[in-house]
Design a protein around this ligand. Structure first.
Ligand code: SME
Length: 162
């Protein structure tokens, strides 16, 4: 198996996310370990999607969100359900796309460089698994194409973990 995923980060977004989805399927193929797959998927996203300062996972431990594999600066470890962008995505089970984190009531600033954020809830068979969180130092970094692309990566992750 090759681990060389040469994806041009400057290509148009639909193509970028198509290639990322192909790479994610290849990377997670035949592996169901949640931690291993989260580690590899965060590395793939962080090294390919432009203008990110954090990309990674929080897992639901039955009472709150606990940080999982990620790329970026060290982050807050525990986030109660309903708190911050991550806890909101988890409790509402809907993607949160925040153009300006300073305008989001209760936003949790793990890295003061973060200006916008995209959080996709991970729900499998009706059960909350956690969230996939991307932060950017650019205001309004994420659009519909980013959201659709990252939601597809989240589905690939959920399919892989069996
Ligand atoms: N900003 C998030 C916290 C997690 S960090 O961004 C890595 C939030 O408000 O939930």
């Amino acid at each position: 198996m090759s681990f060389a995923f040469a994806i041009d980060p400057d290509q148009p977004k639909p193509a970028l996310f198509r290639h990322l989805a192909d790479a994610a399927r290849a990377l997670l193929d035949g592996e169901s370990d949640r931690t291993a797959n989260a580690a590899n998927l965060s590395a793939l996203i962080y090294s390919t999607v432009p203008d990110l300062n954090w990309a990674g996972f929080y897992f639901y431990d039955g009472s709150e969100l606990v940080v999982g594999p990620f790329q970026g600066l060290p982050a807050c470890v525990r986030i109660p359900l309903g708190k911050g962008v991550c806890g909101t995505a988890a409790v509402q089970q809907s993607t949160q796309r925040v153009a300006d984190v300073e305008q989001f009531p209760g936003h949790i600033a793990c890295d003061s460089a973060s200006r916008s954020e995209l959080v996709v809830p991970l729900v499998k068979d009706g059960e909350l698994v956690g969230v996939l969180d991307l932060d950017s130092p650019r205001l309004n970094r994420f659009d519909d194409e980013d959201q659709a692309g990252v939601e597809q990566l989240a589905r690939i992750y959920l399919d892989a973990i069996g």
